[in-house]
Every structure is written in C-alpha cells, then in structure tokens.
Design a protein around this ligand. Structure first.
Ligand SMILES: Nc1nc2c(ncn2[C@@H]2O[C@H](COP(=O)(O)OP(=O)(O)OP(=O)(O)O)[C@@H](O)[C@H]2O)c(=O)[nH]1
Length: 591
C-alpha cells in the first residue's frame, strides 16, 4: 500500500516529442534497480510503476535525506505522452500531479514538446524538463547511473562547454515560451524557475537527480493535494479498456483516492449512460519471481490510493478511457451516476450552433482539442468521443457552409462504412495524433480556400470604368452604334451595361476594337472603337459624353468594403466617382 502518514504517492507523467526518449527513461526508472540487485523494491502496478522513497534516497547516495521526505515515493504512469496526460483526468483536472518533459538535448524543442509545455501551464502542473541523450555529446565519458554533477565533473573542458552550449539553447527556448529556467542544481526557488536536468536515459546519468527533483516538487507544491483518506470510497480514472483472456473486458484504473474492494459497486463513464457494475476481481501483476505461474495476474481483496489496478467486472465493454470510476452504495448510486454522466457531458455540450465537427479518442483529449480550437476562435458544432461513424458523415454532409462541412479527428479511426460515404460528399476530413498539427492543417486549408474564393471573385467581379465618346469618331449611328472612345478611368469590358451621368442605362458594350482587332477589354488611357447596342448617336448618347460601366450594387459593395486592397488607385477613383453618381439618388446605395 502506497501510504506514508496520510500522503499518497504523487502520480507522475512523462511527456515529450517522439523519439526523444520517454520510453527509455521509464524503462530505466523501472529497471535500473532490478539491475542494481534491488529486485522487488520497485512495485509494478497495472499501468504504473511505483518507486518507493527508500529506493530513491539510496540511488541518490544520501540515506540521510530519508527523513526529509514525507511522500512515500513516486508513481509513474507507464503510458507516456502528452496525449496520455490530457486523457487521464481526475475530477476535471489532470490525473498526473507532476510531469517530466523530455527533450533531446541535441535536437531541442519540437512542436510536440511546446504543446506539452502549454498543456502543463494550463493545468498548473509542476514539472521538470529533462535534457536527454547527453551521452551523445561528442567525447562524452559515460558514468553509469551517476548523479549529473558528479558525472559532469568527470568530463573534459571541451565536452563540458559543448554541453553548456546546448543546455543554454534550451534555456533560451524556454524563455521564449515564457518560462525562466536553470540547471536543477543551481535553483533555489522552484516556484519561479523550471529546473532542467541533463540526463542520459541510456546510461542512467542524471536519473537520481530526476527522482530527487520530482520528490522535492511534490513535497513543496503538492502536499495539500496529496492528502488522501483510506476510509473513503475509492475514486479513480480509467487508463485503458482491455480484453483479457478468460476475463472478458477489463479496465485498468489508477485509483487516486480512497479504497476499492472486491464486491464494491462501481460507476464507470461510458459512451452512453454510465455503467453500473460490481467488482468481480481486483488484479495486480504477478511478481516476476513467480514467473512459472500460468496466471498473469494475482487477485487482491482491496487496494488503496495511489495505485494502478485491473478491474474485472461484467458490462465494461463500453467503458471509456479517461473517464471516472466511482464507488457507490444503494443510497449514493443515483447521485454518483449523475455526477459521472455530467463530467462526461461537460466536455460534449460546450459547442456553438454552427461550426466544425470534432472527434477524439478520450474525454481528456477531446477537451484539450476543444480548448485549443477555442483559443483559435474556431467554432465547434459538435464534439464527441469515438471513431468517425456513418452517422457523423450524414450529419456533416448536410451542412452547407463548406468551411464547416469539416470533421477534425484526433487519434481516431474512420469506420469503413463512414469512409465510403465521405467519398460521395464534399466533407473535408482532418486526422492527426498531434493537436497542433490538426489545427494548423485546418487553418491552412481555410486560408487556402479563402484565397481561392477571393481570386475567383476578383476575376469575375465587374470593375468600374469611365470613358468619353471622342468627337468626330462616329462610325455608325445605331444598331449597334459604333463610336471612338477614350478610356478615362478603370477598365471597360464587353457585355456590360453603360450608364449615363444622370444614372440612366443607355446601352450595352457589344464589342471593342483596337487597330482593327477585336479585344475583350480596354484599360485606362486606351482609345478604341466601341460597338454599343441600344442607343442612337445624337439621341441617347452624343459625341463628347462621359459614360460609366454600370457596376451591379453587390459588386460595388464588395469592392468598396472587402477587396479594395486589390484595386488600383485609378480603379478606386473611378469607383468613387461612380458611387457618387449612384448615391445622388439613393445615399444608401451599395451600403
Ligand atoms: N544515446 C542515447 N540514446 C537514447 C537515449 N534515450 C533514448 N535513446 C534512444 O532514442 C530512441 C528513442 O527512444 P524512445 O525511448 O523509444 O523514445 P520515445 O520518446 O519513447 O519515443 P516514442 O515511444 O516513439 O514516442 C531509441 O532508439 C533509444 O534507444 C539516451 O539517453 N542516449
């Protein structure tokens, strides 16, 4: 049982970019003591590893520290990644009390690391940064499992200064992200500074420091959160829903408060109504020493926080990873079921009447996605947990606005029948397992579509044009009238209506010719022959008249308000003159 006094073991999560060493670090923490001949000291839980305080102080080579600490040890969640961090929640917050953000010292921060830092900031979770793979620094002289400073002091000056250089790049990057940071052994105030610990997850250098700093953080910042009560009914979070041979569907749970017993009635969050069931068995991994045993698990009659445990119970098929597990009595079951339901619904209901549709694999990741989209002011119509189904596709296909006929899916699959259906629609589907990438992809696409639409619009919009009928250039009186004109503003194209200064429509441009060649448009300054359908020269139009192209109201409005950037100074001036004429009769024209 992970208890000392009444403080439970702090729960630690490991986050960082792919390949920067999360798994290696966890393996090292799990395995190193086994290699050190301390097998059995570390307890393997379901989905978590517990490192007791004694092991930590021994590793740090300073048993005198033992009495300084009142937390019983550290419980590392075995599933690494920020996705796990956000998915695993306890009563609306993150399940993990502490976090390690791992970064490859040779590569620096990647977007995924930055995302982890932002998530930690939002949840106000104390964390350390570990700068991993120091053994890759050229000329490094490895010192197995040694605390960092001792190992650093054994390196030559060139190696030391290379490490310092890389290290301060990380300090700089953290500074740009709004964090003051420093090497862990130089920090007095962990409240103001983020500690960075250079380590090698491979050789174990710096690992004692990681454990020590985490203990320090837990003790300093979490004491109030770590009080627990063994006598209250257990409260936990589903890590994973798993099929086990001979047991059916089981749930792996981290219990973070109270006690859970075999036979207890539990309420578990699900995709539909919360599940109410009775614990058939509580299972722990069988110790390695009993490897001969056929059974993978060993049964226990009760467990107390903080601990990872597998629960076998009927009806767990629809249980949802990341959702709460609560113990209920006949008196409390209705209220608790209601609470579990609303905890899940809270995430699902905060949506807009129009917007995109989002899907994610767990409640926590859905909530993280909702938060990030809100920050970008992207409206969400519907947010639900689960794979993209045919029903989702049918619903989204009915949305007319192309920018919202969109499904954004985080860490989910598109079910085969849904995929077939998507192909028959205009739905845009975005899928990724990194939130920032999903959002960037969507934003890039929206931008692209907007630019395309603007370009299309600029190509089809009727632009302003002003011209004058030249004296002594009437080639034909009517049907159509053919006259020489000079374009004095904007552009004139064929098949557009012509307006006189008094606002009447006098005819339509039928054709344009320059040096005997047909042309489709004439720009400011050009003198061309124009065929005009409708009027007779000398009656509706006369030599010397100034005339305008009649711009439709909708086009005039867009040019004035939306795309005026794309008009030339001459076009703008012509538009103003045209609007002035139009607004003489109607001041609100094109407003
Ligand atoms: N030299 C050296 N290699 C390391 C160290 N830590 C991890 N590696 C190597 O880096 C690679 C990635 O390490 P992992 O632990 O799998 O990284 P991860 O972050 O868990 O990666 P994902 O599980 O893919 O997210 C592996 O080949 C490790 O052996 C280290 O301290 N030194």
């Amino acid at each position: 049982m992970a208890v000392k006094g009444n403080l439970r073991t702090p729960i630690v999560s490991v986050m960082g970019h792919v390949d920067h060493g999360k798994t290696t670090l966890l393996d090292k923490i799990r395995g190193s003591t086994v290699a050190d001949g301390e097998a059995g000291a570390i307890t393997q839980h379901i989905g978590a590893t517990e490192v007791p305080i004694d092991v930590i102080v021994n590793k740090c080579g300073n048993p005198a520290l033992r009495d300084k600490f009142i937390v019983p040890g550290l419980l590392f969640i075995d599933t690494p990644g920020h996705h796990a961090f956000t998915s695993l929640r306890s009563r609306g917050g993150a399940l993990a009390d502490l976090a390690i953000v791992i970064v490859d010292i040779n590569e620096g921060f990647k977007p995924q690391t930055i995302e982890s830092l932002q998530i930690l900031k939002r949840f106000k979770t104390p964390f350390v940064v570990v700068a991993n793979k120091i053994d890759r620094i050229h000329g490094w002289n490895p010192q197995r499992n040694m605390p960092f400073v001792a190992s650093y002091n054994k390196q030559n000056e060139r190696v030391k200064s290379e490490l310092d250089r890389k290290f301060y790049e990380i300090v700089g990057e953290l500074y740009n992200l709004g964090f003051n940071s420093e090497r862990h052994d130089r920090i007095n105030d962990f409240q103001r500074n983020v500690g960075i610990i250079p380590i090698s997850a491979m050789t174990g250098e710096g690992i004692p420091d990681v454990l020590m700093v985490l203990l320090g953080l837990a003790q300093k910042f979490l004491e109030a959160n770590l009080h627990y009560d063994a006598n209250i009914p257990g409260v936990g979070t589903v890590l994973e829903v798993k099929e086990e041979k001979g047991l059916g569907t089981t749930i792996d749970v981290i219990l973070y408060d109270g006690t859970l017993r075999k036979g207890d009635t539990i309420v578990v969050g699900s995709l539909g109504k919360p599940i109410q069931t009775k614990v058939r068995a509580l299972l722990k991994p069988r110790p390695l020493t009993e490897i001969k045993s056929e059974e993978k698990f060993e049964q226990v009659s009760s467990v107390t926080a903080a601990i990872g445990v597998k629960i076998s119970a009927p009806g767990l098929e629809s249980a949802l990873a990341g959702s709460p597990v609560r113990i209920a009595t006949p008196e409390t079951i209705d209220a608790i079921t209601q609470e579990v339901q609303s905890e899940i619904e809270d995430v699902q209901i905060d949506t807009d009447s129009m917007g995109i549709t989002i899907k994610a694999d767990t409640i926590g990741s859905l909530e993280a996605l909702v938060n990030e989209l809100k920050k970008e002011n992207i409206p969400i119509r519907k947010a639900t947990v689960g794979d993209v189904s045919q029903r989702d596709v049918v619903e989204v296909a009915a949305i007319e606005d192309p920018f919202y006929a969109v499904i954004v899916g985080f860490n989910i699959k598109v079910l085969p029948d849904a995929r077939d259906k998507v192909q028959d629609t205009n739905i845009r589907l975005f899928q990724n397992d990194v939130i920032y990438r999903l959002i960037d992809d969507y934003k890039d696409w929206v931008q692209e579509q907007k630019e395309l639409a603007e370009k299309e619009m600029a190509d089809t919009i009727i632009k302003p044009g002003r011209f004058q009928i030249l004296p002594n250039c009437t080639f034909r009186q009517s049907k159509p009238a053919v006259v020489g004109v000079k374009i004095i503003g904007g552009v004139v194209k064929t098949n557009l209506d012509i307006m006189a200064l008094d606002g009447t429509i006098v005819g339509r441009v039928k054709g344009l010719q320059s040096s005997g060649e047909n042309i489709s448009q004439a720009k400011v300054g050009m003198e061309v022959a124009m065929a005009i359908e409708g009027p007779t020269v000398g009656r509706q139009i006369k030599e010397g008249d100034t005339l305008f192209i009649n711009v439709p109201e909708r086009h005039a409005k867009r040019m004035e308000n939306e795309i005026n950037d794309s008009l030339t100074a001459d076009e703008l001036e012509t538009l103003d003159a045209f609007l002035e004429l139009k607004r003489r009769g109607n001041p609100f024209w094109a407003k």
